[in-house]
Design a protein around this ligand. Structure first.
Ligand code: ZN
Length: 117
């Protein structure tokens, strides 16, 4: 995990999501269908966010996780007052949104965008 002075320099596309709170085009991300074992790190500060064993195929076009590494992800109510935005607890970079109640898995249903290394 890096301190602010050492954050990674982001590509324009990554910056649009992480800093600008944008949304990656569905099914376009390199991590969408990735099944290799490992840990997903924040693209900006390299904080560990998710483990591959918690990843599942939601069919939504974005990497989806049913659990996060404890304390690494902060949940905040979105500007629209309905959705739950998730940000990196270390650098506050935008990760995506949490969706509940789809019943795709027994746990929560987390949709995450390209915020990964
Ligand atoms: Zn971060």
């Amino acid at each position: 995990m890096k301190s602010k002075s050492n954050w990674n320099i982001l590509s324009p596309a990554a910056k649009a999501v992480i800093v600008g709170k944008g949304t990656e085009i569905p099914f376009s991300g390199e991590y969408c269908n990735l099944k290799e074992m490992g840990t997903y790190l924040c693209a900006q500060c390299e904080a560990p966010l998710y483990q591959s064993q918690d990843k599942f195929d939601s069919g939504c076009g974005w990497p989806s996780f049913e659990d996060e590494i404890k304390g690494s992800v902060t949940h905040i109510i979105d500007k629209d007052g309905r959705r739950m935005e998730i940000i990196c607890s270390n650098c506050e970079g935008h990760l995506g949104h949490v969706f509940h109640g789809e019943q795709l898995t027994k746990k929560i249903h987390v949709i995450v965008l390209i915020q990964f290394l």
